[in-house]
Write a protein that binds this ligand. Structure first.
Ligand SMILES: *Cc1c(COP(=O)(O)O)cnc(C)c1O
Length: 407
């Protein structure tokens, strides 16, 4: 404990996803260095992959991100409502999306063709030209104009541009296999992308930005950087590659998921654990009860996920329940010492501690899903290790603000 004046931040909540904003800044600086001279769009969709969109966006901008990126217009409006006026792109829409609010708030719109009519209606309503990034589907098969329709969409868009209703300021696309740098499809996607950019420029689009790179492409394919790179998972300090860790890439995981051990008790050999009794203690042992479960975002389908208590890492045994999970502490555990102690499911990975990568392996998924699905029941606590150089780890003395969830 330190002498933080605000008693509200003296202690962490009993369950918390602690997010170090200095780690976000560090990661943005790493991405900037790798991407130079291209600029960086910090992708803060899905509440910044579960890290808290507004504080993360501010930290990313402080560290030199030039743009913000989100999926939904509503996510962009949340940033604007918080007073963040950096260039912001939203790229995933439906006929019910509020294009008018986006144009009014100066949010750039990704456009896959079908939205053009609605975007110009919004521009007329707001009496302000919309800023549009046309998306070409270079092979991912999701959003975007297919190459055979590209020239028709360019005709329509430049028509509206001539009427002063919109400006095509960007052309972009998204890569399918950049996390497997040797696959040939990325080259094919790049060829289609270059052609689409050239056609747009020939058609009279005065492009500010051409962008296609996501985190894996930023690190593995410099030929994808163009004017702007869209960095998501990497700014949270996680690796987009199955065979490279955060530290291999110079990144620092920003989120630590922690709570306190709820109960520790000695049990006999053969003690069944959790629903279905899928685990029984092989001999006399001790069990630790951890008050985090699938309602908090810990995957029920995970197997043997790690939990750090003190300086040891234990494994989850039995099924993860809605609110809790159990670790086998072994026969020699000092149950009095462990009870009530801090339990970390994942964090920075320093000193061999568990990581979101470990949980991804245990759950048969990717680190993106582990951090993004931590539920709103877990308060996000933002700390800034840069303001407390003398602090180590997540001592509650670091400047903390509670976002969402009950504190
Ligand atoms: C989510 C997303 C990104 C970020 O991808 P990362 O692999 O997390 O860097 C970039 N571009 C688009 C279009 C996205 O949807």
């Amino acid at each position: 404990m330190t002498s933080t004046p605000d008693p509200a931040v003296e202690r962490l909540p009993e369950r918390a996803a602690v997010v170090d904003l200095e780690a976000i800044r560090h990661n943005v600086r790493v991405v900037r260095t790798v991407a130079e001279p291209a600029r960086v769009m910090a992708v803060v969709k899905a509440d910044a992959y579960g890290h808290g969109a507004v504080p993360v966006a501010r930290a990313a901008l402080e560290a030199g991100a030039a743009w913000l990126g989100v999926a939904h217009i509503g996510e962009a409006l949340t940033l604007r409502a918080a007073g963040i006026d950096a260039p912001t792109l939203a790229w995933l829409h439906t006929p019910d999306s509020n294009f008018s609010a986006a144009v009014g708030a100066g949010v750039d719109l990704g456009c896959s063709g079908w939205e053009l009519g609605r975007i110009v209606d919004a521009a007329r309503e707001q009496q302000r030209p919309a800023r549009v990034h046309l998306k070409i589907d270079t092979g991912l098969g999701r959003n975007g104009v297919t190459p055979d329709r590209w020239e028709a969409v360019l005709d329509e868009a430049t028509d509206y541009q001539d009427q002063g209703l919109l400006r095509v300021v960007g052309v972009f696309s998204h890569l399918a296999v950049a996390d497997e740098p040797d696959r040939p499809e990325t080259d094919v996607q790049l060829d289609v992308f270059r052609d689409a950019v050239a056609l747009a420029e020939d058609a009279g689009c005065d492009l500010e930005v051409r962008h296609i790179a996501n985190s894996p492409a930023i690190f593995s394919r410099p030929d994808t950087h163009f004017d702007l790179v869209r960095a998501g998972i990497s700014i949270y300090g996680l690796s987009p590659f199955p065979d490279q860790s955060s530290s291999d890439l110079g990144l620092r995981p920003a989120m630590t998921l922690r709570t306190l051990v709820s109960q520790c008790k000695r049990v006999p050999a053969g003690q069944g654990v959790s629903y279905g009794l899928t685990y029984r203690t092989p001999g006399e042992s001790a069990l630790g009860l951890i008050p985090l479960g699938y309602a908090d975002g810990v995957p029920r389908t995970s197997n043997g996920g790690p939990v750090r208590i003190g300086d040891r890492t234990y494994r989850v045994v039995g099924r993860v329940a809605m609110d809790q999970l159990v670790v086998d502490l072994g026969p020699d555990a000092d149950v009095e010492a462990l009870a009530g102690g801090e339990a970390v499911l994942f964090g920075t990975g320093d000193d061999g501690g568990p990581t979101a990568d470990d949980w991804a392996r245990a759950a048969g998924t990717i680190n993106y899903e582990i951090v993004t699905r931590i539920s709103p029941r877990v308060p996000r606590i933002h700390i800034d290790s840069a303001q407390h150089e003398s602090e180590t780890g997540f001592a509650p003395g670091a400047v903390a603000t509670v976002a969402g969830g009950p504190a």
